[in-house]
Design a protein around this ligand. Structure first.
Ligand code: HEC
Ligand code: HEC
Length: 211
């Protein structure tokens, strides 16, 4: 796996012949910036896109996630605290962690919605209010206690991670084990449908409804 030295990412973006020519013609720093992003995310974009939107149903969306949380997640993979399914997560160089976390945290792309079942969404909402709302505030949109943005996350990914926690394959963060105590897998699936169906950004109407 090749990793561009960090200092060179921006330089190279500007010095590449194509970019230089375009920049001279258009005089556009935007082109150079886009190239730098392409280089930065070169080892990630196949799966997470340049803008953090997962390219397959089992790949999580990273856009809009807290920068500090993304860095923690990457470091958990690097230190094997969380065993990554994809090897590259373990190999991300230390000097790249914060830059990648910052990049993906700043992306504002709209997460494409997974197909969800309205009955499960309704059941999931009631369960969510009882068990998950304390930390995953506002339908999982607010990152209270460093909880991730779950609204609009991929359904398949949410279900997979919920099962991984329940079956002991992923370590519970914080006091989340309390929230999962004696919950059935069917209930966790319903909550996943609820999170997946929510917009990642609250609409003004949605905000009013919740008050
Ligand atoms: C081949 C596909 C693939 C590539 C390439 C890839 N990822 Fe992932 N990524 C995944 C999958 C799948 C997961 C779900 C976690 C798991 O199964 O291990 C994931 C999970 C993550 C998570 C945790 C998200 C969460 O909500 O828990 C972060 C952060 C992440 N990847 C960052 C990166 C970064 C940064 C790169 C580039 C250096 C990268 N990934 C490259 C497929 C990929
Ligand atoms: C006491 C606080 C707390 C409660 C209550 C809680 N969570 Fe979490 N949850 C967290 C934190 C913190 C994380 C971040 C995990 C990490 O850093 O890897 C998280 C992560 C997750 C993830 C993984 C997301 C990802 O991107 O990898 C899922 C799924 C999840 N929670 C579901 C739930 C569900 C479902 C409930 C209710 C049954 C719940 N949580 C209740 C704090 C909480």
């Amino acid at each position: 796996m090749e990793w561009e030295p960090l200092g060179k990412i921006v330089d190279k973006a500007c010095l590449s012949a194509c970019c230089l020519t375009t920049a001279l013609i258009v005089g556009s720093p935007v082109v150079a910036a886009q190239s730098a992003e392409t280089n930065l995310t070169a080892n990630c974009s196949e799966c997470h896109g340049i803008n953090g939107v997962g390219t397959e149903p089992d790949i999580p969306h990273l856009n809009g996630q807290l920068e500090s949380l993304l860095a923690t997640m990457i470091n958990d993979f690097r230190s094997d605290k969380r065993s990554p399914k994809v090897r590259i997560h373990r190999e991300i160089p230390a000097d790249r962690v914060n830059t990648l976390a910052k990049h993906y945290s700043q992306q504002v792309a709209v997460r494409p919605k997974s197909a969800t079942n309205p009955e499960l969404v309704a059941r999931g909402e009631a369960l969510y209010q009882k068990r998950c709302a304390e930390c995953h505030v506002d339908a999982g949109r607010e990152s209270d206690k460093e909880a991730p943005l779950l609204a609009g996350q991929s359904l398949q990914y949410l279900i997979a991670q919920s099962m991984a926690y329940k079956r002991g394959e992923r370590k519970y963060p914080y006091l989340m084990d309390d929230a999962y105590r004696d919950i059935s897998e069917a209930d966790l699936v319903a909550i996943a449908h609820y999170f997946a169906a929510e917009d990642q950004v609250a609409s003004p109407r949605g905000r009013k409804r919740r008050r």
